[in-house]
Design a binder for this molecule. Structure first.
Ligand code: FES
Length: 102
């Protein structure tokens, strides 16, 4: 029998939408797949497409537990509050409430 993978829910606070994602899915990709824009303004076009360079994908995680920031995030997000995360660097491991463009 095929094992069911765990589905997790991500609620996008500003958009008032909840999406279902597979455990371990990348947060940026999950948002894009569900046609949720995480990029403000011109960075919709001018972003680094998940390479960890532009920080335009930064979101605030209001609820839910994630792995600690990786090196890229630690480096790029510097003094931002701990709940600010770069969506392209985050694997979804819990049900989350997320604020885009914090
Ligand atoms: S998409 Fe550029 S840093 Fe995440």
């Amino acid at each position: 029998m095929k094992e069911e993978s765990t589905m997790l829910k991500i609620s996008f606070e500003k958009e008032n939408r909840t999406i279902e994602v597979e455990e371990g899915e990348n947060l940026r990709e999950a948002a894009i797949r569900n046609k949720l824009s995480i990029y403000p303004h011109v960075t919709k076009i001018l972003n680094c497409r998940g390479r960890g360079l532009c920080t335009a994908c930064t979101v605030q995680v209001l609820q839910g537990t994630l792995e600690p920031r990786n090196e890229t995030e630690t480096d790029k997000l510097g003094k931002k509050p701990d709940d600010f995360r770069m969506a392209c660097q985050v694997s979804v491991t819990d049900n989350l409430v997320v604020r885009t463009n914090p």
